[in-house]
Ligand binder design. Structure first.
Ligand code: FES
Length: 248
């Protein structure tokens, strides 16, 4: 969306753009300064920001709440005469698509773009690994009386370790394989954690740690210094290395 908007403004294309950004809180607005500058400098670029959570110490006087049948026309009254492009987490895109469909938007003018890497497959548990790596040694299973003895599986050693992960708000405690990210675990347990890029870049999946022993798989670029100081971690690239308690 940003590159399309930059292109339209840089080439002085005759486009009237309403850029709607739904963020969790003001600190989560991506490209905030650039977007505000674009809106200030171009009369054909209108910015509609809405925050989905009330936060203390981070005041916001603009639109509040998720996009709905009231908010969308308030931000862009003539949206039915526009072409809509949507980008974001799957759940967000599904919600917007359903909303505009129900509002009677001409869907031939609706476009959406997947954002982020696909969800990783859950790594097999030690038990599943052992099941797959079992081999039966030949001949040892024939006894003196030609009875067939139960074959003893020879299993390959496993280095995987699981650690307890507590989702404090949901009141759930589950074991998590160290190869699995906390985001994948949360999704498997049907615990809501927002996400987009799934690679540490956007900050959507940040959750507050209460007790945490993790390693990151990748750089936590989506966290700024104050997030880290306040105890946030990025669930999409965080893997347990000991007991973990998070506020989710
Ligand atoms: S989903 Fe983007 S940083 Fe985790």
């Amino acid at each position: 969306m940003m590159s399309m908007s930059r292109w339209a403004l840089d080439t002085v294309a005759e486009r009237y753009i309403t850029f709607v950004h739904s963020a969790r809180s003001p600190r989560d607005i991506i490209y905030r300064k650039e977007l505000e500058a674009m809106a200030a400098n171009h009369s054909n670029f209108h910015l509609g920001l809405t925050m989905t959570r009330q936060t203390t110490g981070d005041p916001w006087w603009g639109f509040q709440g998720r996009l709905n049948e009231v908010l969308l026309p308030a931000i862009c009254p003539d949206y039915k005469d526009r072409v809509i492009y949507v980008c974001g987490p799957d759940s967000f895109m599904k919600g917007v698509k359903k909303l505009v469909e129900e509002l009677g938007f001409p869907m031939e003018n609706y476009n959406q773009e997947s954002f982020g890497s696909p969800k990783k497959k859950r790594p097999p548990s030690s038990q599943e690994k052992n099941d797959n790596s079992s081999v039966v040694a030949p001949n040892n299973n024939i006894t003196k009386n030609n009875h067939v003895a139960t074959p003893k599986p020879v299993t390959a050693p496993s280095n995987d370790t699981s650690y307890p992960v507590v989702f404090a708000e949901s009141g759930k405690e589950v074991l998590c394989n160290e190869q699995m990210s906390l985001l994948d675990l949360a999704e498997e347990e049907m615990i809501e954690v927002e996400s987009s890029c799934r690679s540490g870049g956007c900050g959507s999946c940040k959750v507050k740690k209460l007790e945490v022993d993790i390693r990151y798989e990748g750089d936590p670029d989506g966290l700024d210094e104050s997030d880290a100081e306040e105890g946030y971690i990025l669930a999409c690239i965080a893997h347990p290395q000991g007991k973990v308690i998070i506020d989710a």
